[in-house]
Design a protein around this ligand. Sequence first.
Ligand SMILES: Cc1ncc(COP(=O)(O)O)c(C=O)c1O
Length: 416
Amino acid sequence: MPLFRPIHHTFAPHVGAAQMMHALALLAQPWKWKDGTEREALRCALARQYSADVFLFASGREALVGLLKALKGPERAEVIVQAFTCLVVPNAILAAGKVPVYADIGPDTLNLDPADVERRITPRTQAIICQHTFGIPADTHRLRALCDRYEILLIEDCAHMMPDKHGPTTVAKDGDAILFSFGRDKAVSGITGGAMLSRRPGLSVQLQAEEGRATSLSLLHIKRLLLYPFVYAIARPLYGMGIGKVLLILARTVGALVPILTSAEKQGTMSPTLHKLPNACAALALTGFQRLTAINDHRRALTTYYFAEAAQRHWTFPKAIHPDLPLQKFPLFMKNAEGIRRALKKQNIHLQDGWSGCTICPPGSPQESVCYTPASNPVAESSATMILSLPTHPTMTEGQAHALAERLDILLKQTI
Ligand SMILES: Cc1ncc(COP(=O)(O)O)c(C=O)c1O
C-alpha cells in the first residue's frame, strides 16, 4: 500500500507551518527583500559562532566562486576536490578560472582520502576543498597537516552540516575558509544563500571586495524564491495521487519556481557574476540558524534511530557514522540500490536525492566539461552505485522513519 504522506528528501524538507508563516510575512514586505537588517544580523551570528570573518552571497556555489576569485595565484591553478561531489562545486572552480583535480574518497567516510589527496598535489595546487559528505566529519586533522606542509589553503565545505554547540567539534575548526549553504535542503534553509567564512586577514580583504562588487537579485527573482514554500505545501500532500508532480511541473513551466540547477549549470558551466544574499533569504536563514541546535537534535535523533535499525537488521553503512551525528541523510550501502529506490517510489517513498549512481552529482552531469576522467577514482565510483540514503530533515517524523525502515526491510528480504 502506498503511504498517504510522501517520504522524501527533496520536497521542501524545511517547509513546515513556521517557515510558511515567515515567508508569507516577508512576501508582504517587499521593501525588505533586497536589503535590510537581517543580513547583518546573520553575518554577526555566524561570525560569533565560528570565529571568522563572514561574507554572504546568493548561494553556496557563488560564495565558493567569490573565495576562489579572491585567491590570487597562477593562471589555471589547481584545486583538489573529492570525487563524489555536487556538480556545482567543480562548476564554481572553473568559473573562478581554476582547474578541479579529483581525489578519491574513503569508503568509511565518503570524504577525501588524505593519502590520495597527497598523491594529487602538484606545484600548481592552490587549495583543497574538504567536504563533510552528508554530515560525516572529514579527517580535517590530516588534511590541515598536508596543507601546512605544502602551503595550500584548506577550504571546509560545510554545505551538508552546520555544527552547533554540541559539535561535531572537529567540523568548521581547521579550515582557513569555511563554506556554508542556506539552500532549501541544507542544514539551515534560506531557500537560497551561502556564506564564506575566512580566517585569513589577507583573504578577508579580497572577499570583502568581491562581496562589495556583487549585485542584487531582481525583485521578481526573490518573489519566486519566496513562493517556493507555498508551491510545495500544496503539491507535497498531493504527490501520492500524481497531482503534486503535475503541479510542480506547471509551477516550473510558468516560472513560479527557481530551479536548483540552471540548464547552463547542468551542462557544466557557471557565470562568475556574484549576487548579494537577498535580505529576505537572510531572514529565513537567520531564523533557522537560531534554531540550529533543535534542528540538529532532530537529525541526531533520526541518525540514532537508523543506526540502531541498521545494526539490528545487518544493513551496511559507512563505518565512520556514529549515532550522535546530526547527519543530513543516513547513507546505506546495498547491491541493488536503484531497484530498491524504484520499488519504494511505488509506495510514495522518494529517495532519489541526486546523490547516487554518480561521482559528479546529480546523475547525468557532464563529466568531461568539469575535467572528470571516468574510472579515475575507483572507491567513489563503486560507493556511489551502492548508496541509498534515508532522510533526517526537519519535517521527517520518527513515525515516518519507522515506516521507512519496516518497508525497506521487507523489500531487502524479498530481494535476497
Ligand atoms: C557538497 C556541496 N557543496 C556546495 C554546494 C553549493 O551549495 P548551493 O546550493 O548553496 O550553491 C552544494 C549544493 O548542493 C553541495 O552539495
